[in-house]
Write a protein that binds this ligand. Structure first.
Ligand SMILES: Cc1cc2nc3c(=O)[nH]c(=O)nc-3n(C[C@H](O)[C@H](O)[C@H](O)COP(=O)(O)OP(=O)(O)OC[C@H]3O[C@@H](n4cnc5c(N)ncnc54)[C@H](O)[C@@H]3O)c2cc1C
Ligand code: FES
Length: 279
């Protein structure tokens, strides 16, 4: 039977907006029907899940939840202007409201990575979904092995969550390296694409890797990690597909026998290989 309640958004209020780059904002949200800005109890989610965000008169888009489930004060979304809906979200300010459906998708399997060395590879705004998992790992640091975070941005000005990257670097047994694509004035750090940081990895094959970013970066990073000896079921990425319903009904996100919105968006290289999905 058609369940129309599936499509009813819950109203969220923007508590705070933080400008991360010229086109990317971090929104801190609370639900209008709650007294405090918490998502406890009736709003549990896993790192790697996403919500469908709607704006009256503009439309609805999928956006990854970028806060950790351990963060009980607010739900955070990092949105980059791409077109109509994301631009409409981009002009919202404190006190404005938007609709949320979800959380949707499979998310990352946290239980399977406990006590293991973890490698996070992010490009640009691809750090957003990984930030949810990294935050979870940092808040439960003793449950996980060594953490290495490699982050690449086009330019210094495109780096998102810079202060958090610095903070994570101070955590126990955690390395963080940042690179920008080309040399530029005012940047004395590493230059080159994020894959150029792989050379410094020690004992690389022991890692479980999480890779998120533009499709071209994912394509080359996955191949390189495989060549470095990481097991295909331990190379994890997220797929971005055009989505409408987010709940496995409309078929917009269908890819090689899978609905990316429900079976994904998180897939291992092994799964993508079986699906014969070209990245
Ligand atoms: C699971 C998932 C998680 C996402 N998480 C985030 C996030 O955390 N932050 C964020 O800013 N964006 C995220 N996106 C991408 C975001 O949904 C798209 O940028 C958005 O749908 C564009 O809608 P629009 O109306 O603003 O632009 P449109 O006018 O619809 O499109 C503008 C451009 O973006 C392209 N585009 C539209 N939808 C997608 C899509 N789903 N994937 C790739 N390209 C698309 C179009 O082809 C076009 O070139 C996510 C997408 C998915 C599927
Ligand atoms: S978005 Fe409708 S089936 Fe996945």
């Amino acid at each position: 039977m058609f369940n129309d309640r599936l499509y009813i958004p819950r109203i969220a209020v923007i508590n705070d907006v933080c400008e991360l780059t010229h086109d990317t904002k971090l929104l801190r949200l609370r639900f209008r029907d709650r007294r405090v800005p918490a998502h406890d109890g009736d709003y549990d989610y896993k790192p790697g899940q996403f919500v469908q965000v709607s704006i009256l008169g503009a439309g609805e888009v999928p956006v990854s939840i970028c806060s950790s489930p351990t963060e009980k004060d607010s739900l955070e979304l990092c949105v980059r202007k791409a077109g109509q809906v994301t631009s409409a979200i981009g002009v919202l300010g404190e006190g404005d409201e938007l609709g949320l459906r979800g959380p949707y998708g499979n998310g990352f399997s946290v239980a399977q990575i406990r006590q293991q060395p973890l490698l996070f590879v992010a490009g640009g705004i691809g750090l957003a979904p990984l930030r949810s998992l990294i935050g979870y790992v940092m808040d439960n640091r003793d449950d996980f092995g060594k953490v290495t975070i490699l982050y690449g941005a086009k330019t210094k000005q495109d780096i998102v969550f810079g202060s958090e990257l610095k903070q994570w670097a101070k955590a126990r047994d955690t390395d963080v390296a940042i690179t920008v694509d080309k040399p530029q004035e005012g940047w004395d750090g590493h230059t080159g694409v994020v894959i150029s940081l792989f050379g410094a990895l020690k004992n690389a094959s022991a890692y479980t890797a999480f890779v998120c970013g533009p499709p071209i970066m994912i394509h080359f990073a996955l191949k390189e990690l495989l060549d470095m000896g990481l097991k295909p079921n331990r190379i994890i990425t997220t797929l971005e597909r055009h989505m409408k319903c987010g709940v496995g009904k409309c078929g917009h996100c269908y890819l090689k026998g899978q609905y990316v919105c429900t079976h994904g968006p998180v897939f291992s290289y092994e799964q993508l290989d079986v699906m014969n999905a070209r990245l």
